[in-house]
Design a protein around this ligand. Sequence first.
Ligand SMILES: Nc1ncnc2c1ncn2[C@@H]1O[C@H](COP(=O)(O)OP(=O)(O)OP(=O)(O)O)[C@@H](O)[C@H]1O
Length: 369
Amino acid sequence: MSDETIIRFEQVTKRYDHDPPVLKAVSFEIKRGRFYTLLGPSGCGKTTILRLIAGFMEPSEGNIYFNGKVINRVPAEKRQVNTVFQDYALFPHLNVFENVAFGLRIKKLSKERIVEKVTEALRFVNLAGYERREITEMSGGQRQRVAIARAIVNEPEIILLDEPLSALDLKLRTEMQHELRELQRRLGITFIFVTHDQEEALAMSDEIFVLDQGIIQQSGSPTDIYDEPINRFVADFIGESNIVPGRMLRDYLVEFAGRPFECVDKGLRPDEAIEIVIRPEDLEMVAPDQGKLQMTVDSQLFRGVHYEITGHDDAGNRWLVHSTKKATVGSRTGLDFDPEAIHVMRFGESEEEFDRRLEGYSDAGADRA
Ligand SMILES: Nc1ncnc2c1ncn2[C@@H]1O[C@H](COP(=O)(O)OP(=O)(O)OP(=O)(O)O)[C@@H](O)[C@H]1O
């Protein structure tokens, strides 16, 4: 994978008509050859980012760079970008070959060259031999692959995928997740994929941008985002979590449930009110006197791989535990966890706000020095 930046958003704001902005001064970089996912709830601005990259609209403020040059006003057809839409937008009256060949015919390539390129693209998506099939005779997964072949045949530098798997049933969806990821690796083209499904994002991406209300709340690798959510929104959106209010006593020491605990976080204000996250699989049930915390078990469900156990501690916090051990409803159990399992989060702060605040601290420090 290269470190070359292919797309850069610099303080990009987008307003539709005179409404409040749906993207608020968003900045990020996309590197060549990686698989990116824009993840967030409905209406957070994911599709708007794709449309801006595709050139279907211009930013209201800020700049979009493609290979180092501002492209705010470059029309869609002049960009090295192809989009795979949610409904695939295939032409139902054309067969598979003609659907894939469409863009090449517009570019007026020779007949031989078109056959060569379409054949290669269809081979790439495992549809060799389907050239003469009608689109209406293809299954959902096959249509999906035709849509991808139509995008890759143009050899774009970036492929945008707007919830392309959402119409498929669960089994096919999982298969296509593997296929898409594998295809992206083989092609080495930058993919920017949109989904509101956190499992899909975690499974497929090199890097995820978690969006909410027109702001990138956090960006990072799937493990970064899962293990170190920056705020309650991200922690909640990415899988099941225990989120409990607390206080930072000092560096490496946090208080919650009325007790101090060693942690691995630092750089917050002493006494700062925070929230902590502990993933359910990071809690271990032990004998009550051996736990760092004690809880009363409220309910238990068997989920095949593990038991899902809920309970409450003496301070009234609710806890969710994933455990291969069974518990007894109504009994007391100890909870053990490592300092690394405690993730400290700032209240409602996005990554950018957090960075600005840290800069503020170091500026204040420099003034004092
Ligand atoms: N053409 C438009 N005119 C006015 N408002 C729009 C337009 N397109 C989108 N919006 C609004 O902008 C906001 C962001 O929309 P966007 O489509 O980017 O969200 P999204 O995250 O892709 O959502 P979804 O997952 O539902 O597709 C929404 O509040 C939406 O109603």
